[in-house]
Design a binder for this molecule. Structure first.
Ligand SMILES: Nc1ncnc2c1ncn2[C@@H]1O[C@H](COP(=O)(O)OP(=O)(O)OP(=O)(O)O)[C@@H](O)[C@H]1O
Ligand SMILES: [Mg+2]
Length: 372
C-alpha cells in the first residue's frame, strides 16, 4: 500500500442557496493520478478550490490533511508552499507578458528588489524543456495556442516544486494531438514521483491516465474506483455519475427534415490583417429545416472563421459569395442584419466575445433584442 498524500474529510461548502459540497471525502495516494468525475455542477471545481485555498479555511467545514498534517490554508500561496498547485479550468496567464514573466509572476527571481532576468530566462528554458515546449522564454503568451498555454501553466507549476498537481479540465480546449501530448507529460511527471488530480469529462482520457477515480454527484462522493483492480469500463463510470444504469447512451432521434432554408455559395474570406491570405476558400453548404449540420475540421481549419464571417461579416476582409434564406438572396453586412434575419451565434470565446461579464444575466440575455 502506498502512502496517502492527501485526505479531504467531510468537506461541506455552501454558497447562498446552494450546497455545493456535502460531506465529501477524497483520498489521494502518493504518486498516483487520481481522476475526479461527475456531471456539470457536481462540485468538482469547488472541491479543488477548497483544497488549494481559493476558498480559505473557515469558509467550508471539514478537514484537509496533506502528508498527515492538518492544513488550514488562508490563500493559494499557503497551499503552494506545500507543493499543492492548481491549474484552473479557465487559464490564468497574462496574454501580454512573456512565457518567462508569466511563469515567475509573483515568484520573481529577485534579490534586493531587483529582478534577475538572466536567471529568469535560464530557469524558464529548463522548465520549458521539461514540459517539451519548444518556444523562446520571451514569447508573449498571447501568441501561443491553447495547447502551448497549457504546457506553460504546467511549467509554472513545476517552478513551484509541485508535489500534487491539480488540473481542472486541462484538455477541454485542446485538440487530440495536444491532449495526447499533455497526458503523456502527466504520465512522465508521475514516473518522477508527482501526484496529480485531474478533472475531465473525457472518459477515454481518464481511462488512459488515471490510477483511480472518485465520482461526485450533486455535491456528494458516490464512490472511488480502482482502475487497475476493477477493470472499469466507461459505462461503469457514467453509471456512477448519473446514478442509474445507462441503457442507451445515444438514443435514436426522429428528425423531421424539411426544405433547404439556408444556403451559402462560393464563400471566400481573407484574413483581417494579412489580407492576401485566404481563410475561407470557396465554401458551399446548405441547411434544411429541422436539421443540425456539423462543421468538422482540425484546429485552424477555418470553422470559426466561416461561422463568424457569415454572421454579419464579424470576421475577415474582402468577403465574397452569396447567402440565401428561403431561396432568396440576403445580405448580412453587419451583426444587426444577421440578427434581423433570425440568425444567432454562440461564440467560441464566451468570455471575450459572447458575454459582458460585468452585467447581469438579464442584461446579457436581452442585449440582442433591445427593440423588444
Ligand atoms: N461562486 C459560486 N457562487 C455560487 N454558486 C456556485 C459558485 N461556484 C459554484 N457554484 C455552484 O456550486 C455547484 C458546484 O459547482 P462546480 O463549479 O464545483 O461544479 P463542477 O463539478 O466543477 O462542474 P463543471 O463540470 O461544469 O465544471 C453548482 O451548483 C454551481 O452552480
Ligand atoms: Mg468545474
Amino acid at each position: 500500500m502506498s502512502k496517502i498524500i492527501l485526505e479531504m474529510r467531510n468537506i461541506t461548502k455552501e454558497f447562498p442557496g446552494v450546497k455545493a459540497l456535502q460531506n465529501v471525502n477524497l483520498k489521494i495516494k502518493e504518486g498516483e493520478i487520481h481522476a475526479l468525475c461527475g456531471e456539470n455542477g457536481a462540485g468538482k471545481s469547488t472541491l479543488m478550490k477548497v483544497l488549494s485555498g481559493v476558498y480559505p479555511h473557515g469558509s467550508y467545514t471539514g478537514d484537509i490533511l496533506f502528508n498527515g498534517n492538518v492544513c488550514k490554508f488562508k490563500d493559494i500561496k499557503q497551499s503552494e508552499e506545500l507543493g499543492i498547485v492548481i491549474i484552473h479550468q479557465e487559464l490564468a496567464l497574462i496574454p501580454y507578458l512573456s512565457i518567462a514573466e508569466n511563469i515567475f509572476l509573483g515568484n520573481e527571481q529577485a534579490k534586493n528588489g531587483i529582478i534577475n532576468w538572466n536567471e529568469t530566462v535560464i530557469r524558464t528554458r529548463e522548465l520549458l524543456k521539461k514540459v517539451g515546449l519548444n518556444e523562446s522564454p520571451n514569447t508573449k503568451t498571447a501568441n501561443l495556442g491553447v495547447g502551448k498555454q497549457q504546457l506553460t501553466e504546467i511549467a509554472k507549476a513545476l517552478s513551484k516544486n509541485v508535489k500534487l498537481l491539480i488540473l481542472d479540465e486541462p484538455t477541454a480546449a485542446l485538440n487530440e494531438h495536444d491532449s495526447e501530448n499533455l497526458l503523456n507529460l502527466l504520465l512522465e511527471l508521475k514516473k518522477q514521483g508527482m501526484s496529480a488530480i485531474i478533472i475531465s469529462h473525457k472518459l477515454n482520457e481518464i481511462s488512459k491516465v488515471a490510477d483511480s477515480i472518485t465520482i461526485l454527484r450533486d455535491g456528494q462522493t458516490v464512490e472511488t474506483l480502482d482502475m487497475k483492480k476493477d477493470k472499469i469500463s466507461e459505462d461503469r463510470i457514467i453509471k456512477g455519475m448519473v446514478g442509474r444504469e445507462l441503457t442507451n447512451r445515444y438514443p435514436k432521434r426522429e428528425a423531421k427534415i424539411g426544405n433547404t432554408i439556408f444556403e451559402v455559395k462560393n464563400w471566400n474570406v481573407f484574413h483581417p490583417l494579412h489580407t492576401n491570405q485566404k481563410s475561407i476558400d470557396n465554401v458551399n453548404f446548405h441547411i434544411r429545416k429541422g436539421e443540425i449540420v456539423g462543421i468538422a475540421g482540425l484546429m485552424g481549419a477555418g470553422r470559426t472563421e466561416l461561422a463568424m464571417s457569415i454572421f454579419g461579416k464579424s470576421y475577415g476582409k474582402k468577403i465574397t459569395g452569396q447567402i440565401y434564406k428561403d431561396n432568396k438572396e440576403i445580405h448580412l453586412n453587419n451583426v444587426s442584419q444577421a440578427i434581423e434575419h433570425g440568425i444567432a451565434y454562440v461564440s467560441e470565446d464566451r468570455k471575450g466575445n459572447g458575454l459582458i461579464l460585468m452585467d447581469d444575466i438579464k442584461q446579457n440575455i436581452t442585449l440582442a433584442s433591445l427593440n423588444k
